[in-house]
Design a protein around this ligand. Structure first.
Ligand SMILES: C[C@H](O)[C@H](O)[C@@H](O)C(=O)CO
Ligand SMILES: [Mn+2]
Length: 416
Protein backbone atom coordinates (compact mmCIF):
# COMPACT_ATOMS: atom_id res chain seq x y z
CA UNK A 1 0.00 0.00 0.00
CA UNK A 2 1.28 3.50 -0.79
CA UNK A 3 1.26 6.19 1.86
CA UNK A 4 -1.67 7.82 0.10
CA UNK A 5 -3.65 4.56 0.05
CA UNK A 6 -3.13 4.24 3.79
CA UNK A 7 -4.40 7.77 4.29
CA UNK A 8 -7.34 7.28 1.92
CA UNK A 9 -8.44 4.27 3.95
CA UNK A 10 -8.07 6.12 7.24
CA UNK A 11 -10.22 9.03 6.09
CA UNK A 12 -12.75 6.67 4.47
CA UNK A 13 -13.46 5.27 7.95
CA UNK A 14 -14.94 8.68 8.74
CA UNK A 15 -16.88 8.81 5.49
CA UNK A 16 -14.46 11.20 3.80
CA UNK A 17 -13.56 10.53 0.16
CA UNK A 18 -10.03 11.93 -0.25
CA UNK A 19 -10.05 11.57 -4.04
CA UNK A 20 -13.02 13.85 -4.51
CA UNK A 21 -11.61 16.30 -1.94
CA UNK A 22 -8.34 16.48 -3.88
CA UNK A 23 -10.21 17.14 -7.09
CA UNK A 24 -12.34 19.88 -5.58
CA UNK A 25 -9.39 21.50 -3.83
CA UNK A 26 -7.37 21.97 -6.99
CA UNK A 27 -10.03 24.25 -8.49
CA UNK A 28 -10.26 26.64 -5.52
CA UNK A 29 -8.46 29.81 -6.60
CA UNK A 30 -5.93 31.51 -4.35
CA UNK A 31 -4.94 35.01 -5.42
CA UNK A 32 -1.17 35.43 -5.15
CA UNK A 33 -0.10 38.96 -4.30
CA UNK A 34 2.55 40.50 -6.53
CA UNK A 35 4.01 42.58 -3.71
CA UNK A 36 5.91 39.87 -1.81
CA UNK A 37 8.58 39.82 -4.54
CA UNK A 38 9.72 43.43 -4.31
CA UNK A 39 8.83 44.48 -0.76
CA UNK A 40 5.73 46.43 -1.89
CA UNK A 41 7.92 48.85 -3.86
CA UNK A 42 6.07 48.89 -7.17
CA UNK A 43 7.52 50.11 -10.46
CA UNK A 44 6.43 53.69 -10.90
CA UNK A 45 10.00 54.93 -10.74
CA UNK A 46 13.34 53.13 -10.74
CA UNK A 47 14.13 51.91 -7.22
CA UNK A 48 10.62 52.65 -5.89
CA UNK A 49 10.24 51.69 -2.24
CA UNK A 50 7.34 51.38 0.15
CA UNK A 51 6.83 54.53 2.21
CA UNK A 52 4.23 55.23 4.86
CA UNK A 53 0.68 54.00 4.77
CA UNK A 54 0.79 52.18 8.06
CA UNK A 55 2.69 49.24 6.59
CA UNK A 56 6.37 48.48 6.47
CA UNK A 57 8.75 45.82 5.28
CA UNK A 58 11.79 44.98 7.33
CA UNK A 59 14.88 43.16 6.21
CA UNK A 60 17.21 43.41 3.27
CA UNK A 61 17.60 39.85 2.09
CA UNK A 62 19.39 39.73 -1.26
CA UNK A 63 17.56 38.91 -4.48
CA UNK A 64 14.67 41.37 -4.49
CA UNK A 65 12.99 41.77 -7.89
CA UNK A 66 14.06 45.15 -9.24
CA UNK A 67 12.21 45.07 -12.54
CA UNK A 68 8.86 43.77 -13.71
CA UNK A 69 10.56 41.04 -15.72
CA UNK A 70 12.41 39.86 -12.60
CA UNK A 71 9.16 39.90 -10.65
CA UNK A 72 7.48 37.82 -13.37
CA UNK A 73 10.43 35.44 -13.42
CA UNK A 74 10.04 34.95 -9.66
CA UNK A 75 6.29 34.53 -9.92
CA UNK A 76 6.76 31.92 -12.63
CA UNK A 77 9.07 30.04 -10.28
CA UNK A 78 6.54 30.30 -7.48
CA UNK A 79 3.84 28.92 -9.77
CA UNK A 80 5.90 25.77 -10.30
CA UNK A 81 5.95 25.22 -6.54
CA UNK A 82 2.38 25.86 -5.45
CA UNK A 83 -0.34 23.32 -6.24
CA UNK A 84 -3.83 24.19 -7.52
CA UNK A 85 -5.51 27.11 -9.27
CA UNK A 86 -4.18 30.62 -8.75
CA UNK A 87 -4.91 34.23 -9.60
CA UNK A 88 -2.55 37.19 -9.58
CA UNK A 89 -3.27 40.05 -7.21
CA UNK A 90 -1.81 43.17 -8.79
CA UNK A 91 -1.34 46.60 -7.25
CA UNK A 92 -1.87 49.69 -9.39
CA UNK A 93 1.72 50.79 -8.72
CA UNK A 94 2.99 47.74 -10.63
CA UNK A 95 1.97 49.03 -14.07
CA UNK A 96 4.41 49.17 -16.96
CA UNK A 97 4.80 52.92 -17.18
CA UNK A 98 7.91 53.16 -19.34
CA UNK A 99 10.40 55.95 -18.82
CA UNK A 100 7.87 58.71 -18.15
CA UNK A 101 6.42 59.08 -14.66
CA UNK A 102 2.68 58.45 -14.69
CA UNK A 103 0.94 59.67 -11.58
CA UNK A 104 -1.84 57.67 -9.94
CA UNK A 105 -4.58 59.95 -11.24
CA UNK A 106 -3.39 59.30 -14.78
CA UNK A 107 -3.24 55.49 -14.90
CA UNK A 108 -4.95 53.77 -17.81
CA UNK A 109 -5.60 50.28 -19.11
CA UNK A 110 -2.61 50.31 -21.47
CA UNK A 111 -0.13 50.27 -18.58
CA UNK A 112 -1.46 46.91 -17.49
CA UNK A 113 -1.68 45.25 -20.92
CA UNK A 114 1.63 43.47 -20.32
CA UNK A 115 0.35 41.98 -17.08
CA UNK A 116 -2.87 40.84 -18.74
CA UNK A 117 -0.89 39.15 -21.53
CA UNK A 118 1.49 37.57 -19.04
CA UNK A 119 -1.39 36.37 -16.86
CA UNK A 120 -3.24 34.84 -19.80
CA UNK A 121 -0.05 33.05 -20.88
CA UNK A 122 0.35 31.70 -17.35
CA UNK A 123 -3.26 30.63 -16.96
CA UNK A 124 -3.98 33.24 -14.30
CA UNK A 125 -6.83 35.68 -13.77
CA UNK A 126 -6.01 39.06 -12.29
CA UNK A 127 -7.34 40.87 -9.23
CA UNK A 128 -6.50 44.52 -8.69
CA UNK A 129 -5.79 47.06 -5.92
CA UNK A 130 -5.66 50.83 -5.84
CA UNK A 131 -2.36 52.08 -4.38
CA UNK A 132 -3.05 54.70 -1.72
CA UNK A 133 0.39 54.79 -0.10
CA UNK A 134 4.00 55.53 -1.06
CA UNK A 135 2.94 58.86 -2.52
CA UNK A 136 3.52 62.53 -1.56
CA UNK A 137 -0.24 63.10 -1.47
CA UNK A 138 -0.64 60.37 1.15
CA UNK A 139 2.07 61.70 3.40
CA UNK A 140 -0.16 63.64 5.78
CA UNK A 141 -2.01 60.39 6.52
CA UNK A 142 -5.21 60.97 4.57
CA UNK A 143 -6.37 60.11 1.04
CA UNK A 144 -10.08 59.56 0.35
CA UNK A 145 -10.92 60.98 3.79
CA UNK A 146 -8.73 64.03 3.41
CA UNK A 147 -10.07 67.44 4.37
CA UNK A 148 -7.84 68.89 1.67
CA UNK A 149 -10.03 68.90 -1.41
CA UNK A 150 -7.10 68.75 -3.84
CA UNK A 151 -5.79 65.61 -2.14
CA UNK A 152 -9.21 64.01 -1.93
CA UNK A 153 -9.97 64.67 -5.60
CA UNK A 154 -6.63 63.17 -6.61
CA UNK A 155 -7.40 59.89 -4.83
CA UNK A 156 -11.00 59.78 -6.02
CA UNK A 157 -9.68 60.02 -9.55
CA UNK A 158 -7.18 57.24 -8.82
CA UNK A 159 -9.90 54.95 -7.54
CA UNK A 160 -12.24 55.70 -10.42
CA UNK A 161 -9.48 54.75 -12.80
CA UNK A 162 -8.71 51.59 -10.85
CA UNK A 163 -12.33 50.50 -11.14
CA UNK A 164 -12.33 51.17 -14.89
CA UNK A 165 -9.10 49.20 -15.29
CA UNK A 166 -10.47 46.35 -13.15
CA UNK A 167 -13.61 46.17 -15.31
CA UNK A 168 -11.45 46.12 -18.45
CA UNK A 169 -9.36 43.28 -17.00
CA UNK A 170 -12.51 41.39 -16.03
CA UNK A 171 -13.91 41.69 -19.56
CA UNK A 172 -10.72 40.39 -21.13
CA UNK A 173 -10.25 37.49 -18.74
CA UNK A 174 -13.97 36.65 -18.64
CA UNK A 175 -13.86 36.47 -14.89
CA UNK A 176 -14.70 39.31 -12.51
CA UNK A 177 -11.63 41.19 -11.37
CA UNK A 178 -11.86 41.77 -7.60
CA UNK A 179 -10.77 45.31 -6.82
CA UNK A 180 -9.69 45.70 -3.22
CA UNK A 181 -9.67 49.16 -1.75
CA UNK A 182 -7.49 49.72 1.24
CA UNK A 183 -6.65 53.26 2.31
CA UNK A 184 -4.27 54.10 5.15
CA UNK A 185 -6.22 57.12 6.42
CA UNK A 186 -5.87 57.67 10.12
CA UNK A 187 -3.99 59.35 12.93
CA UNK A 188 -1.12 58.53 15.22
CA UNK A 189 -2.60 60.70 17.95
CA UNK A 190 -6.12 61.03 19.24
CA UNK A 191 -8.53 62.27 16.62
CA UNK A 192 -11.25 64.69 17.62
CA UNK A 193 -13.35 64.90 14.47
CA UNK A 194 -13.73 61.17 13.82
CA UNK A 195 -17.26 61.54 12.52
CA UNK A 196 -16.09 64.28 10.17
CA UNK A 197 -13.39 62.10 8.59
CA UNK A 198 -15.74 59.17 8.26
CA UNK A 199 -18.35 61.38 6.63
CA UNK A 200 -15.75 62.51 4.09
CA UNK A 201 -14.77 58.93 3.35
CA UNK A 202 -18.42 58.02 2.87
CA UNK A 203 -18.88 60.94 0.50
CA UNK A 204 -15.81 59.90 -1.52
CA UNK A 205 -16.99 56.30 -1.76
CA UNK A 206 -20.50 57.37 -2.76
CA UNK A 207 -19.06 59.38 -5.63
CA UNK A 208 -16.72 56.59 -6.69
CA UNK A 209 -19.43 53.94 -6.65
CA UNK A 210 -21.94 56.11 -8.50
CA UNK A 211 -20.33 54.67 -11.63
CA UNK A 212 -21.68 51.16 -12.00
CA UNK A 213 -19.90 48.21 -13.55
CA UNK A 214 -21.28 44.80 -14.30
CA UNK A 215 -20.62 42.20 -11.60
CA UNK A 216 -19.33 39.99 -14.39
CA UNK A 217 -16.51 42.46 -14.97
CA UNK A 218 -15.43 43.74 -11.59
CA UNK A 219 -16.44 43.66 -7.94
CA UNK A 220 -15.45 46.06 -5.19
CA UNK A 221 -14.10 44.92 -1.85
CA UNK A 222 -13.52 47.29 1.08
CA UNK A 223 -10.68 46.40 3.44
CA UNK A 224 -11.13 47.20 7.11
CA UNK A 225 -8.36 47.84 9.62
CA UNK A 226 -7.99 48.40 13.31
CA UNK A 227 -4.71 50.31 13.36
CA UNK A 228 -1.48 50.73 11.45
CA UNK A 229 2.01 52.07 12.02
CA UNK A 230 1.45 55.79 12.45
CA UNK A 231 -2.32 55.37 12.65
CA UNK A 232 -2.41 53.77 16.08
CA UNK A 233 -5.06 56.05 17.53
CA UNK A 234 -7.55 56.24 14.70
CA UNK A 235 -8.26 54.52 11.38
CA UNK A 236 -11.08 56.04 9.35
CA UNK A 237 -11.87 52.81 7.48
CA UNK A 238 -12.51 50.72 10.55
CA UNK A 239 -14.31 47.38 10.60
CA UNK A 240 -17.59 48.92 11.75
CA UNK A 241 -17.39 51.70 9.18
CA UNK A 242 -16.91 49.39 6.23
CA UNK A 243 -19.28 46.75 7.51
CA UNK A 244 -22.04 49.29 7.57
CA UNK A 245 -21.03 50.84 4.30
CA UNK A 246 -20.73 47.48 2.53
CA UNK A 247 -24.06 46.19 3.83
CA UNK A 248 -25.94 49.34 2.82
CA UNK A 249 -24.27 49.69 -0.56
CA UNK A 250 -24.05 46.07 -1.62
CA UNK A 251 -20.28 45.95 -1.56
CA UNK A 252 -18.01 43.15 -0.47
CA UNK A 253 -16.01 43.31 2.74
CA UNK A 254 -12.34 42.46 2.77
CA UNK A 255 -11.19 40.95 6.04
CA UNK A 256 -7.44 41.00 6.44
CA UNK A 257 -6.47 38.51 9.14
CA UNK A 258 -3.81 40.94 10.32
CA UNK A 259 -6.18 43.85 10.81
CA UNK A 260 -7.72 42.93 14.14
CA UNK A 261 -6.59 42.52 17.69
CA UNK A 262 -4.29 39.51 17.77
CA UNK A 263 -6.65 37.90 20.27
CA UNK A 264 -9.69 38.35 18.04
CA UNK A 265 -11.06 35.27 16.29
CA UNK A 266 -11.40 36.26 12.65
CA UNK A 267 -12.94 32.91 11.77
CA UNK A 268 -15.89 33.67 14.03
CA UNK A 269 -16.74 36.74 11.96
CA UNK A 270 -17.23 34.73 8.80
CA UNK A 271 -20.54 33.03 9.53
CA UNK A 272 -21.95 36.33 10.79
CA UNK A 273 -21.08 37.99 7.49
CA UNK A 274 -21.71 35.07 5.16
CA UNK A 275 -25.21 34.55 6.48
CA UNK A 276 -26.13 37.87 4.86
CA UNK A 277 -23.72 37.93 1.99
CA UNK A 278 -22.28 35.23 -0.24
CA UNK A 279 -19.07 36.99 -1.02
CA UNK A 280 -16.16 38.12 1.06
CA UNK A 281 -12.55 38.82 0.21
CA UNK A 282 -9.99 37.45 2.62
CA UNK A 283 -6.48 38.77 2.97
CA UNK A 284 -4.75 35.85 4.53
CA UNK A 285 -1.93 37.09 6.69
CA UNK A 286 -0.18 36.32 9.98
CA UNK A 287 -0.34 39.08 12.55
CA UNK A 288 2.30 39.23 15.24
CA UNK A 289 2.06 41.81 18.01
CA UNK A 290 1.77 45.10 16.07
CA UNK A 291 2.68 43.74 12.64
CA UNK A 292 -0.01 42.43 10.34
CA UNK A 293 1.99 40.92 7.54
CA UNK A 294 4.18 37.97 8.49
CA UNK A 295 4.40 35.00 6.14
CA UNK A 296 1.32 32.80 6.45
CA UNK A 297 1.84 29.46 8.16
CA UNK A 298 -0.35 26.39 8.53
CA UNK A 299 -1.42 27.49 11.99
CA UNK A 300 -4.60 27.40 14.03
CA UNK A 301 -5.92 30.75 12.83
CA UNK A 302 -5.59 29.87 9.16
CA UNK A 303 -7.10 26.44 9.81
CA UNK A 304 -10.06 27.96 11.62
CA UNK A 305 -10.74 30.45 8.85
CA UNK A 306 -10.57 27.64 6.28
CA UNK A 307 -12.89 25.49 8.35
CA UNK A 308 -15.46 28.27 8.41
CA UNK A 309 -15.22 28.74 4.64
CA UNK A 310 -15.81 25.03 4.12
CA UNK A 311 -18.38 24.48 6.87
CA UNK A 312 -20.46 27.46 5.77
CA UNK A 313 -20.71 26.03 2.26
CA UNK A 314 -19.53 29.41 0.90
CA UNK A 315 -16.02 28.46 -0.15
CA UNK A 316 -16.89 28.72 -3.82
CA UNK A 317 -18.28 32.25 -3.54
CA UNK A 318 -15.56 33.67 -1.32
CA UNK A 319 -12.30 35.10 -2.61
CA UNK A 320 -9.00 34.16 -1.03
CA UNK A 321 -6.08 36.54 -1.40
CA UNK A 322 -2.68 36.37 0.23
CA UNK A 323 -1.23 39.42 1.97
CA UNK A 324 2.17 39.30 3.57
CA UNK A 325 5.57 40.73 2.83
CA UNK A 326 8.81 39.61 4.35
CA UNK A 327 12.11 40.96 3.06
CA UNK A 328 14.20 39.29 5.76
CA UNK A 329 14.23 35.84 4.14
CA UNK A 330 14.30 34.37 0.65
CA UNK A 331 11.25 36.04 -0.91
CA UNK A 332 10.35 33.11 -3.15
CA UNK A 333 10.47 30.78 -0.17
CA UNK A 334 8.21 33.18 1.73
CA UNK A 335 5.69 33.28 -1.10
CA UNK A 336 5.67 29.51 -1.54
CA UNK A 337 5.38 28.79 2.18
CA UNK A 338 2.46 31.19 2.59
CA UNK A 339 0.47 30.09 -0.44
CA UNK A 340 1.00 26.41 0.30
CA UNK A 341 0.02 26.97 3.95
CA UNK A 342 -3.30 28.42 2.84
CA UNK A 343 -3.93 25.48 0.53
CA UNK A 344 -2.99 23.03 3.28
CA UNK A 345 -5.47 24.65 5.61
CA UNK A 346 -8.21 24.34 2.99
CA UNK A 347 -7.36 20.67 2.52
CA UNK A 348 -7.37 20.10 6.27
CA UNK A 349 -10.82 21.68 6.49
CA UNK A 350 -12.19 19.76 3.52
CA UNK A 351 -11.12 16.46 5.07
CA UNK A 352 -13.24 17.06 8.15
CA UNK A 353 -16.03 14.53 8.78
CA UNK A 354 -18.47 17.43 8.89
CA UNK A 355 -21.70 15.43 8.89
CA UNK A 356 -20.62 13.30 11.82
CA UNK A 357 -19.45 16.40 13.72
CA UNK A 358 -22.80 18.10 13.21
CA UNK A 359 -24.64 14.95 14.29
CA UNK A 360 -22.69 14.82 17.53
CA UNK A 361 -23.28 18.52 18.09
CA UNK A 362 -27.01 18.31 17.41
CA UNK A 363 -27.52 15.33 19.66
CA UNK A 364 -25.80 17.09 22.53
CA UNK A 365 -22.77 14.81 22.48
CA UNK A 366 -20.27 17.55 23.10
CA UNK A 367 -17.54 15.20 24.21
CA UNK A 368 -17.70 13.09 21.02
CA UNK A 369 -17.72 16.21 18.86
CA UNK A 370 -14.64 17.52 20.66
CA UNK A 371 -12.89 14.15 20.51
CA UNK A 372 -13.53 13.74 16.80
CA UNK A 373 -12.16 17.22 16.11
CA UNK A 374 -9.12 16.34 18.20
CA UNK A 375 -8.59 13.15 16.20
CA UNK A 376 -8.23 15.16 13.02
CA UNK A 377 -4.77 16.32 14.10
CA UNK A 378 -3.60 12.72 14.25
CA UNK A 379 -4.89 11.67 10.83
CA UNK A 380 -2.29 10.99 8.10
CA UNK A 381 -2.89 14.42 6.62
CA UNK A 382 0.66 14.80 5.29
CA UNK A 383 0.25 11.82 2.97
CA UNK A 384 -2.87 13.38 1.43
CA UNK A 385 -1.07 16.71 1.03
CA UNK A 386 1.87 15.05 -0.69
CA UNK A 387 -0.53 13.26 -3.02
CA UNK A 388 -2.18 16.58 -3.84
CA UNK A 389 1.19 18.07 -4.71
CA UNK A 390 2.07 15.10 -6.92
CA UNK A 391 -1.27 15.16 -8.73
CA UNK A 392 -0.78 18.87 -9.41
CA UNK A 393 2.75 18.42 -10.67
CA UNK A 394 4.57 20.33 -7.93
CA UNK A 395 7.25 19.16 -5.49
CA UNK A 396 6.36 17.62 -2.16
CA UNK A 397 7.23 19.51 1.02
CA UNK A 398 10.57 17.81 1.63
CA UNK A 399 11.97 18.91 -1.75
CA UNK A 400 11.25 22.62 -1.39
CA UNK A 401 14.32 23.86 0.47
CA UNK A 402 16.68 22.35 -2.11
CA UNK A 403 14.76 23.80 -5.06
CA UNK A 404 14.43 27.26 -3.55
CA UNK A 405 18.07 27.33 -2.47
CA UNK A 406 19.08 26.39 -6.01
CA UNK A 407 16.98 29.25 -7.44
CA UNK A 408 18.59 31.60 -4.97
CA UNK A 409 22.04 30.52 -6.12
CA UNK A 410 21.43 30.56 -9.83
CA UNK A 411 18.94 33.43 -10.25
CA UNK A 412 18.56 35.65 -7.19
CA UNK A 413 22.28 35.60 -6.41
CA UNK A 414 23.04 37.01 -9.85
CA UNK A 415 20.95 40.11 -9.12
CA UNK A 416 23.25 41.69 -6.57
C1 LIG B 1 -0.24 46.04 -0.03
C2 LIG B 1 -1.67 45.89 0.42
O1 LIG B 1 -2.48 46.79 -0.22
C3 LIG B 1 -1.79 46.07 1.91
O2 LIG B 1 -1.10 45.01 2.53
C4 LIG B 1 -3.20 46.11 2.44
O3 LIG B 1 -3.99 45.11 1.91
C5 LIG B 1 -3.11 46.01 3.89
O4 LIG B 1 -3.39 44.98 4.42
C6 LIG B 1 -2.62 47.15 4.68
O5 LIG B 1 -2.43 46.84 6.00
MN1 LIG C 1 -4.50 43.43 3.40
Amino acid sequence: MTEYEIAKKAYAQYGVDTDSVLQELSSVPISIHCWQGDDVGGFEKPESVLTGGGIQTTGNYPGKAKTISQLRQDLEKVLTLVPGTHRLNLHASYGEFGDVFIDRDQIEEKYYQGWVDWALANDLKIDFNGTFFSHPLAEDGFTLASKDETIRRFWIEHEKRCRKIAAWIGRIQKSPCILDTWIPDGMKNLAVDKLGYRAILKESLDEIFAIEYSEDEMRDALETKLFGLGSEAFVVGSHEFYMNYAARNKKMLCLDMGHFHTEEDISDKLSAILLFDDEILLHVSRPMHWDSDHVVLFNDKVKMVSEELVRSGKLSTCHIGMDFFDSSINRIGAWVTGVRAMRKALLFAMLEPINQLIRYEETGNGYAQMALLEQQSLMPFGFVWDEFCKRNGVPVESDLVKIITEYEKTVLGERE
